[in-house]
Design a protein around this ligand. Structure first.
Ligand code: ZN
Length: 323
């Protein structure tokens, strides 16, 4: 079985399992304080149908190696004869941090509306700041959209599109601090009632924004924007284009508005300002991805959101130094 097939099966399982089968966890739950319980839990999340060999993707003839000679959670595959644990081939591989701390970090990032800074994680779970930084970025990587993501919108669905600006660290010479050219530019697309997808873009103009819209949004959607010039001609690529004339102080005209995306920007900016004051330009897209993930999975419980993130660790092993 290829990684893609494996992922597809996991994705379908998440959809089928539904809300009622999941036990709601609190931060007092043993899985967040006991490494063995955390491992057992992670196995049930990543291997809902029993252990799968990460080397050859075989899920039959896999057996657990018990006894004192073996480390906890060690399995052996009788097809390729290799040994593995649940973290092999995942974002948690080779980490020295115990799995209960990993689960706690994932839960804290998934269960709060605005996230937690690496400083908070460092103090709350008792790891160094550097380790907390690596851990939170690893969880953000797990939250990233799956490979098989579908386009936003669809027949007669509305997708709101807007841009916002963040920070002012790189004021250019001669700039009086007004305007947006020295700020980071964030471009977001939100399907009403559905998911959001955001991009850290180099510029806000038709040349940058339109290709993203064409790639990310289904052509049968109706696009809602303000009257910024960059959105001119959008109706040629989609079913329709509702324009709210913000420049003329018009904010709602029936179904034509961008209130959904503006509400999202409000959560995003409060979070970035309050929790992540020192977000560098290089890492901005990862933080935005974290907010996108929570918003797109807002209709499920905190535990389910954490499970979705944890399943995202599979097949995404990073190559840089592991804490
Ligand atoms: Zn194998």
């Amino acid at each position: 079985m290829t990684n893609l097939q494996h992922f597809l099966i996991l994705y379908i399982k998440i959809k089928i399992e539904g809300k009622n089968t999941m036990i709601e966890r609190s931060i007092n739950d043993p899985i967040f304080h006991d490494a063995a319980k955390a491992r057992e839990y992670l196995e049930s999340v990543c291997w809902p149908n029993g252990a799968v060999c990460p080397h050859c993707h075989n899920n039959e003839n896999v057996y657990k190696l018990n006894g004192k000679a073996h480390r906890d959670g060690l399995y052996k595959c009788s097809k390729c004869h290799k040994q593995f644990t649940v973290t092999v081939g995942t974002l948690f591989e080779r980490s020295k941090v115990s799995l209960d701390k990993w689960l706690m970090t994932a839960y804290l990032l998934c269960a709060s509306k605005k996230g937690h800074s690496s400083h908070q994680i460092h103090r709350m779970i008792g790891v160094t700041y550097k380790t907390a930084w690596f851990m939170t970025h690893r969880i953000r990587e797990a939250m990233k959209d799956p490979v098989l993501k579908r386009q936003l919108g669809g027949p007669c669905k509305a997708v709101e599109v807007d841009e916002t600006f963040w920070g002012n660290k790189k004021k250019r010479k001669g700039s009086k601090g007004r305007g947006y050219h020295h700020k980071e530019k964030i471009f977001s697309l939100v399907e009403r009632g559905g998911s959001v997808r955001s991009f850290h873009v180099p510029a806000v103009n038709a040349k940058t924004l339109k290709p993203i819209m064409r790639e990310q949004i289904h052509e049968d959607s109706v696009i809602m924007t303000d009257d910024m010039g960059s959105y001119k001609g959008v109706k040629n690529d989609f079913l329709g284009h509702g324009i709210c004339k913000h420049s003329k102080k018009e904010y709602v005209r029936g179904a034509i508005h961008t209130n959904t995306i503006e509400n999202y920007f409000s959560i995003l900016k409060h979070g970035l300002t309050g929790i992540y004051q020192h977000v560098g330009e290089k890492h901005l897209r990862r933080y935005i991805g974290e907010f996108d993930f929570r918003y797109s999975n807002r209709h499920v419980s905190d535990t389910e959101r954490t499970v979705i993130a944890l399943r995202g660790i599979v097949g995404k092993r990073l190559l840089y130094t592991t804490p």
